[in-house]
Design a protein around this ligand. Sequence first.
Ligand code: NAP
Length: 342
Amino acid sequence: MGYRVVVAGATGNVGREMVNILAEREFPADEIALLASSRSQGDEIEYGDTGRMLKVQNIEHFDPAGWDIALFAIGSEATKVYAPKFAAAGCTVIDNSSLYRMDPDVPLIVPEVNPDAIDGYRAKNIIANPNCSTAQMVVALKPLHDAATIRRVVVATYQSVSGAGKQGMDELFEQSRNIFVGDPATPQKFTKQIAFNVIPHIDSFLDDGSTKEEWKMVVETKKIMGAKIKVTATCVRVPVFVGHSEAINIEFEDEISAARAKSILREAPGIMLVDAHEDGGYVTPIECVGEFATYVSRVREDPTVDNGLSLWCVSDNLRKGAALNAVQIAELLGRRYLKKAA
Ligand SMILES: NC(=O)c1ccc[n+]([C@@H]2O[C@H](COP(=O)([O-])OP(=O)(O)OC[C@H]3O[C@@H](n4cnc5c(N)ncnc54)[C@H](OP(=O)(O)O)[C@@H]3O)[C@@H](O)[C@H]2O)c1
């Protein structure tokens, strides 16, 4: 017997990927309910490439009693309303919004990195998925941390517009088209023109001059990997549709050569090392779209600090940064606790 699974936000960027990934990974689901707002009620979405069409239901009228797992990607405001209701009805919520990530009673999970932390999910019956930039970074950091203990991380991100939802993708597309035909490219979703530009600002500003996106990378990395790791981030939106990139500089407690780091990364779960010192011997965001892996390239020693390494890390933000990680959490939950499916 399999699970009864809900995907809330099934019409969005992350929700559609969650539906695809459940199908691709043949998640043991006996029944799937797709939910979104009243705007999408009655829309049809295909379950992966199976030809099986599922109707979208309005979350307002959905009764979660008797459902096992709900994968949420509906933003913090709607999550605040519906996640407690689903969790109280016995349906475990795996949430993509930032609402519960720093709640001490909610585990924040990346299955390759801190699977055991899932044990705390029963306190609220909710599990949080990290921010997209944090998820791919900790997958790359964890095996190196285990080998040489990370002291400090300096990261600059190059984040695609799909990280800002459907509206973000539409804005890059429309601005690019408008510029080619000589029409004005007026910003709406983003604070400045995103087509043919980069914007060093994601989410709101905090009192210290950093942004909330940068703060999330700091505190979420600590929650997942340990409070001692120091992180400083600069998060930048770039005119790429899908795929986040990160230039990461790491200082370790212990000595670690680039050669050793590469051999560790080659074996590490969830990572694909592509690092040839030649033209094109690295991965760019366009190549990671639709993939499960977090790609690491350009691993090299940083001689300006003791025990320093620099690397380049790329992943599909809608997959490892959100939908794939959520489905992996559901798989982990099933294996450890729900034990329903064969
Ligand atoms: N994109 C990423 O890389 C990424 C990564 C990590 C986490 N996240 C998080 O995942 C969540 C979804 O992001 P997204 O990029 O998929 O956004 P999106 O493309 O804008 O989609 C939003 C989804 O939420 C639904 N929704 C909005 N308000 C709702 C309401 N009141 N009741 C029910 N459904 C509602 C929408 O339904 P309608 O179509 O009916 O409006 C749609 O399905 C956000 O919390 C985001 O922060 C995104």
